[in-house]
Design a protein around this ligand. Sequence first.
Ligand SMILES: Nc1nc2c(c(=O)[nH]1)N[C@H]1C(S)=C(S)[C@@H](COP(=O)(O)O)O[C@H]1N2
Ligand SMILES: [Mo]
Length: 422
Amino acid sequence: MRSDPPPGPFQPTFWRSPLRGPWLTSVLGSLLGPAILIIALTGLISHDAYHPELRGNATIDPARDIAPLIQFPASWPSWIYALTQGIHITLGLVTIPLLLAKLWSVIPKLFQWPAVRSAANAIERLSLLLLVGGALFEFATGVLNIQYAYLWHFNFVVAHYWGAWVFFAAFLVHVVVKMPVVVRSYRARGVLKPLRDDLLHTKPEPAAGDSLVPVAPAAPTISRRGLLGLVGGASLTILLVNLGESVGGPLRRLALLAPRGRVFGTGPNDFQVNRTVASAGITPALIGPDWRLSVSARARTVSLSREQLMAMPQRTHELTIGCVEGWSTTQHWQGVRIADLAALVGAPPRATAVVESVQPSGLYRSAVLSTEQVSDERSLLALHVNGVPLSPDHGYPARVIAPGLPGVHCTKWVGRVTFVRS
Ligand SMILES: Nc1nc2c(c(=O)[nH]1)N[C@H]1C(S)=C(S)[C@@H](COP(=O)(O)O)O[C@H]1N2
Ligand SMILES: [Mo]
């Protein structure tokens, strides 16, 4: 039995923008698609560099000796992770206006009546639910996470990761299903030709019968190129106020939304602090003169004071902390090579290292370094930064800092390093 559509958005006459149509949606989709691909790829790299437990849940579990699968080659620059993660987050943010425009362009379809026309239509609508729901979920959780706004009770890493697979699967189906529509629209109207029309010449697309083309179009208030310009302008603005977070330099002043600050003092320890001593529960006693670093491999354990560590050969490297949340900072770090600590306790060849903080509890108090990260000669247990001792907030007495290592694994206030056969 056919029923009349309910009033409001279900009425075919409700959606009146003369801009909507298969060509406009094709253009927006053609711009969005490649961006989604790059965001997905850099996200996958990040997930893998951050934690390799691709099966099961993605929590950090040093007890299971899991080392990252992504081994950025030792010859690669130390900021490689800051680059891939900077792309993931910056491009993700820049894409938001495009995503919103794309959703706006197809919104009449949400109110299709009857809601389900056939079995095939039901499957298509279900896949669109996963596509749109997945996109909204991924973008929303991503944006909130980089602002440290944990408004939910699930594990962000697990949810964002698996949500991404759901979204991506629906995205691939969508690309395949819609490719003929895109090709047809471009053949019929040209890829760029409709952008020549000014407001006066902006007419509805001639694809009569297409569910996106309005049956009762209103007069245009903006041309198609005006709409794309608006989206581009919004994206450019977002780019400008976010790029500095990842890239640093003078651009950092423009990074209006950077949750870890835009302007720092000029002292050697004046750069972003993600978790302070206070918020990590580090008491003066834990990092005072009685602090010792315990280094072990197999049956051998050595306990070292900060003075003893300073008596070992000191190396200095310019290394980048690339936080998973998108900010990055590059400083001159000085300390003992992780490889020298491994040699000191006779670690097995190709060992991984479990690094634990004296931090009493909480996230990020431990991490696993891969074989490559242990042997990379730039990997340090840093004691100094920019020529002075680390400040307590930056991990005094000692912290890990290694090339291509996500910031989250650059453990601060290190108390124990255990080398394990890989
Ligand atoms: N023990 C411990 N180490 C830690 C953290 C932590 O919470 N506890 N945070 C990590 C994160 S998420 C990042 S990005 C870097 C930040 O280092 P910074 O605060 O010196 O800039 O430290 C890492 N090391
Ligand atoms: Mo981080």
